[in-house]
Design a protein around this ligand. Structure first.
Ligand code: ADP
Length: 474
């Protein structure tokens, strides 16, 4: 329903059992708009008869309450991060911005199918009427904040930088990106705000119904990855590596250089800096495969193989991608001996070290491509299943030439949001998140680099090979 708000003086809603009527009148009491929703016909998914359910006792008659608010959403099914149906919109956005790298330079990422701008473009192109009727577009995070605020909540910089729409440097919507996705998008998105912003007091509904203090403040909501960065208490220069089913890197970066791989997002706990995210699909599943083939399925034996070989693997190196990798886009297993010749196989313990060194060097190279610099103060915070394996962490420490700490990250996104809430209340006074979370348990030091590991000449060869276009290896 669209009513011109400037012409409208008053609207009334008349809720009948079988329909909802709306009438708007202007200052001269003229009816300027009239419409209605017939529940049975317009919202058949509720399966009402005459807008109601008559129960089997024939005495009880009810209406589904969610039906009464269903008109609230112009689109009843929200696309989520797993959606990959917007390839053509991604291509169009990259073209409009002068190429994938240029789009990444503006928004921090090349076009991704799940990103909101491309999802909006798809809805606009397939159903322009629905788009026209939409007053406001929220991310799930800002929508959830809206419920507590009792008003539209703005999108925060961090989650907003995962939309292919925000200029991450100026922290304002990019006009060329908005225009490439749909018309009139800026007013539908509202103004983005720093992630630590206090949006306002909680809606009176929550105080009255659930006893929240009326002084309770709502701090901007954000996405799970930025919230995890806060939960892991990353500090300037830190790098967090989650070694789970897939491997993920979170980086705190001062001066990012957006690339075609990975994402640069505004930092949720420090508006002056950035965070980067890199995801590698061939994580633990690849390690498990090599463990099964070369270590009789035992992590202990796998660890012994790492102990019995040396950093740099005596010149042998390899890349192991069971499934098409995201960073770099490559597939297959590629092994090179000390003479830089491609070989079909390695002895078992050499294979195991080649896998782990290759995996970690790929992470270092791609982190550096995004502007990350390993500095003397660099801390690596390791989490996930494989972070329980000290021998694997030793290789990580040697490849990055930095100490590795382990952290407990159970509930890191949720806990991070609680930290952010406290931070939001004091951020105006220039208090950092690090000050706020001083009392939280410190990361535990697991390993430090093996003396001399940074001198290993094989790292240079590994780097060069990883930076070689992957078509050369197939
Ligand atoms: P998810 O990403 O599903 O949350 P986890 O972080 O729990 O996964 O990690 C699970 C993975 O950890 C398993 O796939 C397993 O391969 C790996 N893992 C568990 N123990 C070890 C170990 N001692 N050494 C190496 N990898 C391990």
């Amino acid at each position: 329903m669209h009513i011109d708000p400037s012409a409208c003086c008053c609207r009334s809603w008349d809720l009948h059992p079988n329909l909802l009527k709306v009438i708007a009148i202007d200052e001269q009491l003229r009816v300027i708009y009239e419409d209605n929703v017939h529940f049975d016909k317009d919202l058949p998914e509720f399966k009402t008869q005459g807008g109601v359910y008559i129960h089997s006792d024939r005495l009880t008659v009810t209406s589904p309450v969610l039906m009464w608010v269903k008109g609230c959403f112009s689109v009843s099914d929200s696309p989520i991060w797993m959606d990959s149906s917007t390839a053509s919109q991604c291509r169009a956005l990259e073209k409009a911005l002068g190429g994938a790298q240029h789009l990444a330079n503006v928004t921090g990422s090349r076009a991704y199918e799940r990103f909101t701008g491309n999802q909006i473009a798809k809805i606009y192109s397939q159903n322009p009427e629905v788009y026209k009727q939409t007053e406001r577009i929220s991310l799930v995070s800002s929508f959830a904040a809206s419920l507590f605020l009792g008003a539209y909540a703005p999108i925060d910089y961090s989650d907003g930088s995962g939309m292919n729409l925000l200029q991450i440097w100026e922290k304002a919507w990019s006009k060329p990106c908005l225009d490439a996705c749909a018309p009139g998008l800026e007013e539908r998105l509202g103004c983005p705000v720093p992630s630590h912003s206090v949006l306002g007091p909680i809606s009176p509904y929550y105080s009255q119904r659930y006893g929240f203090s009326p002084d309770c403040k709502i701090v901007a909501f954000t996405g799970d990855n930025p919230a995890s960065l806060a939960g892991m208490r990353l500090q300037e220069g830190d790098i967090a590596i989650s070694l789970g089913t897939s491997d993920t890197l979170f980086l705190w970066i001062q001066e990012p250089t957006p690339a075609l791989e990975g994402h640069i997002l505004c930092n949720p706990v420090d508006s002056q800096t950035y965070m980067a995210l890199l995801c590698f699909k061939n994580g633990s599943l690849m390690r498990e495969r090599i463990r099964d083939e070369c270590a009789s399925g035992s992590w202990d034996e796998f660890s012994k193989a790492l102990s019995s070989t040396v950093a740099g693997n005596s010149g042998n190196l390899g890349f192991y991608f069971d499934v098409m990798e995201i960073t770099p886009e490559a597939v297959g297993i590629h092994r090179f001996n000390r003479d830089n010749q491609k070989v079909p196989r390695f002895p078992k313990e050499v294979e195991i070290r080649a896998l782990i060194e290759g995996q970690f060097m790929a992470k270092r190279i791609h982190a550096e491509k995004l502007g990350y610099k390993v500095l003397p103060r660099t801390r690596i915070l390791a989490t996930g299943g494989a972070s329980h394996n000290k021998k694997i962490l030793q290789v990580l420490s040697d490849v990055f030439n930095a100490p590795v700490f382990t952290i407990d990250t159970a509930n890191s996104a949720c806990l991070g949001s609680a930290y952010r809430a406290i931070h939001g209340l004091v951020a105006e006074r220039n208090v950092s998140l690090a000050d706020v979370v001083k009392l939280a348990p410190e990361p535990r030091l697991a390993v430090t680099p093996t003396p001399g590991a940074e001198e290993v000449s094989n790292w240079g060869v590994l780097r060069d090979l990883l930076l070689t276009p992957w078509c050369c290896f197939s």
